[in-house]
Design a protein around this ligand. Structure first.
Ligand SMILES: CCCCCCCC/C=C\CCC/C=C/C(=O)SCCNC(=O)CCNC(=O)[C@H](O)C(C)(C)COP(=O)(O)OP(=O)(O)OC[C@H]1O[C@@H](n2cnc3c(N)ncnc32)[C@H](O)[C@@H]1OP(=O)(O)O
Ligand SMILES: Cc1cc2nc3c(=O)[nH]c(=O)nc-3n(C[C@H](O)[C@H](O)[C@H](O)COP(=O)(O)OP(=O)(O)OC[C@H]3O[C@@H](n4cnc5c(N)ncnc54)[C@H](O)[C@@H]3O)c2cc1C
Length: 667
């Protein structure tokens, strides 16, 4: 079957891997990206970026100082948002940015991820008409400033205030304490001249909770901070170092009334407050990012899996049989067990990410028509997915990094930076432990609704079903029935964990604790229930994709899905065993099946990651390059280190040589 990555001059081991492919890599890539046309566009953009001299990197970013890297990123961003702006569709923009700039952030990241979405969904018609065209034309750059030094999670306790002054029909925005400074917002420090700022709305001394306001931070001509505004960069971080995450203090800055984002909640000129149709519509920008970050995090894991798989096919180390040749490290079972589940999880996350984006679009449509009834379900799902996927992705990338041995530790592999970027997602858009509790709140309601025989939305319909006996291992032979047996067992486990958590909570309440304290006593169990609900959704979403896939890729997707299910079940064996739904023999059966899956997938491993269709430029990894010629490339990469600009470094000349000289003269 064709693997279209084969080229003359490639590493022969990689070529051999591609020759053993049993499916059409283009078919799978087209399925992943939605159509042949999308796949072709993806390639076209990759090729055009590589050929554009404005995007050329004289030396890799890894060797640049932070300031120079920020500069290079800003320069390329200007090219993207001027020269390229009309050449790509909005949905192609993330790929263009990844190709041209990379994954560590760029000056307009928050403008796109949160500023525009906040204005689009929360500004009233007047404000939108005035500001959106300017923002869309990049006449101004904005960000989303919510988190403060002292509070990120607990939005109700944010300290920044917007106090309405009826006499002038203005809001007075103020930062009352040091820890009330906005702290962390991306692109706030140096790039943005506007921000959507989240403040407690105060009218006639009454606090009406967090609301969003459009605030100009810098002069449009000079870019100097406006009077009353202190703004800057918070310093280097694990990753995202080309992003100017910032701080901001506002000293009684006045803005006109109409700069409150008033599509949902409103303040009239006389100070009358009208609440929104759903209390949390002000939190819409966060739901937007959570719904979109699932897919982009799937892509981060896909990159790591591509690097680890290709490198493991090229790297030869040790022998499996005495006297045999040194083997490709991909032939070790431990290596396969480390890497192949990451390939499967990356596909699973990408599929789930696509489904949740569609669900977000439907919910938004409803809200536009005055219906917010889909929002609770979406909030529960996005909260669970962002938590599970970012944690899974971080673990997966780290496994891929370690699977590359010493070279995985080098920035040449691209993996350390990938890990740094990925794990940011465990914290931003709501710390994972906190967001899992949001999911659990919804599950607890679902358990009650199910008890009362009420109708349940599709994502929690399983809560209303009855459990049978687990048929894992008892439906031998037929893979379709085995998949169904495992999915039913996962449904049972997700239901059982939610019901158990609900009962534990109730028991503590009956024991005399208030609801909230009782909740804190069961949150570990609550979060377990949320994780399994989310992992069930991911498994179901993968299954839907498998069932709707064309026959040409059905078999390889089915193999991958088997591995996914077997791995997830073994990973969650504790939950499967705890109530006796599964027995030890069934877990042993799942492990046996998992080891068989590793062998089945081995010939297609390289081709499965080729179908992620990530260009060398985007992958930015010496180890993961498509042609597999890693050793020469490693040397060429290292030669660019600034420590190699001279043979004798000033540090050696000034300190080490004199020290050695002094010590020699003492002899
Ligand atoms: C070209 C494009 C390229 C784009 C490239 C982009 C790259 C970008 C890369 C990185 C970007 C990083 C950007 C990061 C941004 C940020 O981090 S912004 C800050 C995010 N902050 C948070 O997420 C804070 C987390 N905290 C909260 O969300 C809330 O405080 C809370 C934990 C949810 C609690 O809120 P609150 O106390 O107000 O509410 P509760 O009492 O807990 O709940 C009451 C009920 O409301 C429901 N609820 C809560 N939130 C929502 C929501 N958002 N939507 C719907 N419903 C919600 C909750 O479930 C309760 O319901 P119930 O009463 O029925 O149980
Ligand atoms: C890379 C990055 C980019 C960011 N970009 C932005 C941005 O653009 N705009 C913006 O406004 N913010 C941004 N943030 C801030 C981010 O949204 C917050 O850091 C995040 O919401 C977590 O809040 P926190 O820092 O207050 O953590 P904390 O809430 O202080 O968390 C610390 C610990 O306390 C625990 N904890 C807190 N509350 C509870 C609870 N109720 N139950 C159980 N445990 C709890 C957490 O689980 C965690 O273990 C960014 C952060 C990062 C790292």
């Amino acid at each position: 079957m064709p693997n279209r990555c084969i080229r003359p001059g490639d590493n022969p081991d990689l070529t051999k891997e591609r020759e053993t492919c049993t499916f059409d890599t283009d078919e799978l890539a087209a399925n992943l990206y939605g159509s042949r046309r999308n796949l072709e566009r993806r390639r076209e953009i990759s090729q055009k970026v590589s050929a554009d001299p404005d995007f050329a990197d004289p030396i890799p970013h890894e060797f640049l100082s932070r300031e120079k890297a920020v500069d290079a990123t800003a320069k390329k961003s200007k090219v993207i948002f001027q020269k390229w702006k009309n050449l790509v569709k909005p949905e192609e923009m993330p790929h263009l940015v990844n190709e041209a700039v990379g994954i560590q952030g760029f000056p307009l990241a928050l403008h796109h991820a949160m500023f525009l979405p906040s204005l689009n969904s929360q500004a009233d018609d007047d404000l939108a008409a005035e500001i959106l065209p300017r923002a869309k034309a990049y006449e101004i750059i904005g960000t989303y400033a919510q988190t403060e030094m002292g509070h990120g999670t607990n939005l109700r306790e944010l300290e920044t205030t917007a106090t309405y002054d009826k006499t002038t029909q203005e809001f007075v925005i103020n930062t009352p304490t040091r820890k009330a400074m906005k702290w962390w917002p991306g692109n706030l420090g140096k790039m943005s001249n506007y921000a959507v700022v989240c403040c407690q709305l105060i009218i006639d001394g009454k606090n009406l909770g967090p609301h969003n306001f459009l605030v100009q931070l810098r002069c449009e001509k000079t870019h100097e901070p406006l009077p009353g505004i202190t703004v800057g960069d918070i310093g280097p971080k694990i990753a995202y170092n080309t992003t100017d995450n910032g701080f901001l203090a506002l000293d009684n800055v006045r803005i006109p009334r109409r700069q409150m984002l008033m599509k949902h909640a409103k303040v009239s000129p006389d100070g009358t407050y009208t609440p929104p149709i759903h209390a949390k519509l002000n939190y819409g920008a966060m739901v937007h990012v959570r719904a979109h970050m699932i897919y982009s995090h799937g892509h981060l894991l896909a990159r790591a899996a591509a690097v680890a798989t290709r490198y493991s096919a090229v790297r030869r180390q040790g022998r499996i049989e005495n006297g045999g040749p040194e083997v490709q490290i991909l032939d070790y079972q431990t290596q396969q067990h480390r890497i192949f589940p990451q390939i499967a999880r990356a596909y699973a996350i990408l599929f789930a990410g696509q489904e949740v984006r569609d669900q977000y679009a439907k919910t938004l449509e409803g809200i536009a028509n005055g219906q917010a009834d889909l929002l609770p379900d979406l909030h529960a799902l996005t909260s669970g997915l962002k938590s599970v996927v970012t944690f899974m992705g971080g673990l997966g990338i780290e496994q891929c990094r370690m699977s590359c041995g010493g070279h995985g530790y080098s920035d040449a592999s691209g993996l350390p930076k990938l890990y740094g970027v990925q794990i940011g997602g465990c914290t931003y858009e709501g710390e994972n432990m906190v967001m899992l509790q949001q999911t659990a709140r919804y599950l607890m309601k679902g358990v009650k609704w199910a008890e009362q025989g009420k109708s349940l939305s599709p994502s929690i319909a399983y809560l209303g079903k009855k459990s049978g006996k687990s048929l894992i291992g008892l439906k031998g032979g037929d893979i379709t029935r085995e998949h169904e047996a495992i999915l039913e067992t996962l449904e049972h486990t997700a239901r059982r964990l939610a019901i158990d958590a609900s009962q534990l909570w109730e028991k503590r309440i009956k024991g005399g604790e208030c609801k909230e304290r009782a909740w804190n006593g069961v949150t570990v169990e609550m979060n377990r229930a949320s994780r399994v609900y989310t992992r069930l959704f991911m498994a179901r979403s993968f299954h839907r994709r498998l069932l709707s896939s064309p026959s040409s890729i059905r078999s390889v997707l089915s193999d991958l899905f088997s591995l996914y299910l077997h791995y997830e079940c073994v990973d969650m064996a504790q939950h499967l065993l705890e109530d006796g739904h599964c027995n030890g023999g069934q877990i042993q059966y799942l492990k046996k099946r998992l080891y068989e899956d590793l062998t089945t997938l081995r010939p297609n491993a390289v081709s499965l990651v080729d179908s992620f269709e990530i260009s060398d430029r985007e992958l930015n990894s010496v180890l993961g390059r498509r042609d597999g010629n890693v050793y020469e490339a490693l040397f060429q990469w290292a030669k660019q280190s600034e420590l190699n600009y001279t043979d004798v470094l000033p540090a050696v000349k000034n300190y080490m040589m004199p020290m050695m000289e002094e010590n020699r003269s003492k002899l």
